[in-house]
Design a binder for this molecule. Structure first.
Ligand SMILES: C[S@@+](CC[C@H](N)C(=O)[O-])C[C@H]1O[C@@H](n2cnc3c(N)ncnc32)[C@H](O)[C@@H]1O
Length: 260
């Protein structure tokens, strides 16, 4: 469903997952999804998380130790929240996303800088997180927020994050998680199944795009597997920070010094 005249999912009583497809077609479907919701994306994030996503994104920037002199890359940057959080801490920041529409919103925010702030704006570029257009060992910080889950291969995404990170760089991943407690997981998945698409329909006219969150999460092994993969890449100080009982999670690791 998009901003068009077709009946909404709620009107038809059918909430399907037209935006999810395994394998190669995944990228095109995900691109369609974000093109459809880009204008309302920030508002919906605030409504769904009661504004908490802002705090989690600031935490990502703090964990990444963003500071003047650091070079940071934020993958799947969307409308730029994490890129702006990194830049506000003084890092020289690039935000990368493949969605033209999401990048248009980010660029608009760039043109209206926070009053009183002297920090430079991020540089936003269009590109594929699975084939990052930068050489090996380019960045001190590589972040991704709510992005890995959307890739055809989240492992490939992490491999690429590792490749472009310099020895000593911080890799930080924020995404929906899978709560370890079965009762809480059930409540939370019900929220993703019912309330989130309802909010999507009410405020964005698009229930299916928001039903996609649960579908994509079902196919994403979440925080524990990301930590396992980070250990497999031999990252140091690998940590999982569960938020809201694991409903959200931050994965952290550092690329070790060595010959890369
Ligand atoms: C849920 S949004 C997250 C946006 C932002 N990071 C945030 O936390 O609000 C996911 C973003 O990933 C982007 N994306 C998905 N697959 C991508 C890929 N292969 N390469 C680059 N961007 C991608 C989408 O266009 C979308 O903007």
């Amino acid at each position: 469903m998009r901003f068009d005249s077709r009946p909404s999912a709620c009107q038809t009583g059918r909430v399907s997952n037209v935006f999810y497809a395994p394998g190669k077609p995944r990228a095109a479907k995900v691109n369609d999804l974000f093109a459809a919701i880009a204008r309302r994306y920030d508002l919906l994030n605030d409504l769904q998380s009661f504004g908490l996503h802002r705090r989690w994104k600031r935490r990502v920037a703090a964990l990444a130790a963003a500071a003047p002199g650091a070079r940071a890359l934020d993958l799947c940057c969307g409308t730029g929240d994490i890129a702006f959080a990194l830049a506000r801490r003084g890092a020289e920041t690039t935000g990368l996303d493949f969605s033209e529409k999401m990048l248009e919103v980010a660029a608009k925010r760039n043109r209206t800088p926070d009053p009183g702030r002297q920090t430079p704006n991020p540089n936003f570029i269009q590109g594929d997180a699975q084939q990052i257009p930068f050489p090996d060992n380019s960045f001190d910080i590589v972040t991704v927020g709510y992005g890995l889950r959307n890739l055809a291969s989240w492992e490939r995404g992490l491999d690429e994050m590792f490749r472009v990170a310099r020895p000593g760089a911080r890799l930080v991943v924020l995404d929906f998680g899978k709560p370890p407690n079965a009762l809480w997981r059930g409540i939370y998945f019900t929220h993703l199944k019912i309330s989130v698409p309802l909010i999507g329909w009410l405020f964005c006219g698009n229930a299916r795009a928001y039903a996609y969150i649960l579908e994509s999460l079902k196919h994403y092994p979440a925080q524990l597997a990301v930590a396992e993969k980070m250990r497999g890449l031999k990252l140091a100080n690998v940590r999982v920070i569960n938020l809201l009982g694991g409903a959200m999670a931050i994965n952290y690791g550092e690329k070790p010094a060595g010959n890369f």
